[in-house]
Every structure is written in C-alpha cells, then in structure tokens.
Design a protein around this ligand. Sequence first.
Ligand code: HSE
Length: 338
Amino acid sequence: MKLILIGFGVVGQGFAEILQNKAGQLPGFAPSIIGVITATKGSLYRSRGLDIGALLSAAQTGSFAAYPEQAGLRRDMTASDIISAGSADVLVELSPTNLDTAQPALAYCHQALEAGLHLVLANKGPVALDHANLRNKAASKGLQLRYEATVMAGTPVMQLAEEALAGCAIQAARGILNGTTNYILTQMEAGMSYTEALTQAQALGYAETDPAGDVEGWDAAGKVLILASALFGSRLKMSDLDVSGITRISSDDITEAKAAGQRYKLIAEATPNGGAVKAMRLPLSDPLASVAGSTNAITLETDLMGAVTLIGAGAGKLETGSAILSDLLAIQRVAGSG
Ligand code: HSE
C-alpha cells in the first residue's frame, strides 16, 4: 500500500513511528510512504519508498534537507505533482486543520479522489466543511473515504457508529470532544493557571497549531459538523451551530462549581436538528464529569441499543496515529475482499 502524506507534524510523526515499530507485526500489511509534503520542512518523493527512520530523523532537524540522498529521490515536487505522479494508493491528509476554508487540503483531497486514490484524514477541515461532496466523489469512484482520526483520535467512534451500530438509528451524539480544553479544565481544578495548562496541552501535542480553535470551541464544533454529516446526513455550516468555549471560565468559577459539587465540561452535541458546543456545569454524578485530562467521551443515543457510551483518548501523537493505521487496515480489508 503506497502512501502519500500531506503534513508531517505531531500526528504524521506519530503515525510514522507506529509504522516503524509495528513493521512485520500486521500480517499482509505492507505500507510504504512514497511522498511527504509539508509547509515548513519541504517535500520528498520516491516511488520505491522513503526510509521511515530517516524521515523521522530529518523531521527532528526541522527540514527534510537532512534526509539522505537516495536513488530516485525528488525534493522539488508539489503536493499536486506527487498526487498526479500516479504511483500512490492512498492520500493521508495530516496537515493543520483550517475550519474556515479547509484549504489547501480540500483541493488535494478532491484531486486525490479524481486520481483514484483512497483518502484518509486526520485533518478535520475537509470533512467538517465538505463531507458530502467528498463522500459522493469517493463512492462514485469506488474509493474509500475514512476519517476516524478527526473525532476522538483513535478512539473508534466513527467505526462504532458506521459499522458496529450500522443497524441502529442514531438519534443524538453528545460528549466531550476536545482534549485540550478538557485537559485545561482538569488542571485548573487542580490549581494550575489557565496559561500554564494551555502551554502544557501544547507541549503534549493535544492543541491545534493555533490553539484558539480549541479554547474557543471551534475544534469541537468542527467535530459536531463531522458527526452531523456522518450520522444524520445533515449539511450544516459553522454558522448553524451555537458555539462557545472555555475562555470566559475563571479559576474562581471552577472553585465555585467544585464547592457546589459540580464540574465544568465543554459539551458538544449533534442531533438531526442541529448542534452546539457549550461549557456547562455538570453534577459530579454525571458520567461525563469524571472524564479527565485529554480523554474524550461520547454517548450515542440509539433506537435499538439505548445509550452507547465510548470513552478514550481524544488527542495525542500515537493516539491519533493509531486512527490512521486503523483506517488503512480497514481499506486493506475492503480492497482485499473485493
Ligand atoms: N486539538 C484537538 C483536541 C486535537 O484537543 O481535541 C484532536 O482533534
């Protein structure tokens, strides 16, 4: 399975580390990274495959200039050149999320589907803003569009909803969908300042490249758009959602809630009628109140199963890389059975 990666930051490097560590442990799975395109480190292409260890070492220096020479290596190709070079099976989109336009990633996603590549995303922008068109294009070409990493990292909410619960009608999804803000709220309750907690969340690789998207609720809102489209077929826009974040919650507010036996959580909700992201005070008896740190949780309300709740990692390097691996294995299962 020949892969092109757009983006090689925290998630891309986490995914590459996983491939390096799991090589040979996944029977029949033989991935090869043939292209990597980044905004800041440069780009590399080699149709016979790049060396993952050398990619990771070069990334540590901040530039692919440190990647050693190899026969057939190209350093001058754009994302568009590499997609149209015709050697790859899957485009893996891992570049920073842009929830305003989803560009430039969205254009590459469409180009990849048109060129016959399956598409796997950790970047939320294209799925949040253009899921229906991407899904239709993939379906019309017999290609797979997978985006497990976009909601709750490798915690398998999309596979749960779309595959394991395929026979259930899902009526609502509600939960904690942003790791950064949950981490900040947890640390503030333990006495840390907002600024220090945010700095830690950035150092741990939870926060977006621009963390304003996390703390103002937009990252969770992007996930609401993804869920609304995937679960209900809704074509909502950001402006249809009621969104607020945690920036107005002070340490005093958190102490006051604690004294009243309550805890602030940033709750995201998607229903067939719309969606919202809002900080709420929950009683400690609410199961969501005990979801701490960067952990996420989601409850799916279903017709046949009642409430099904999934709790697990919501962000992080290996946790998000795990979702990419899971999606690629799913592509292989389907392609292999076809
Ligand atoms: N910044 C996101 C979060 C990353 O904190 O949840 C995972 O989507």
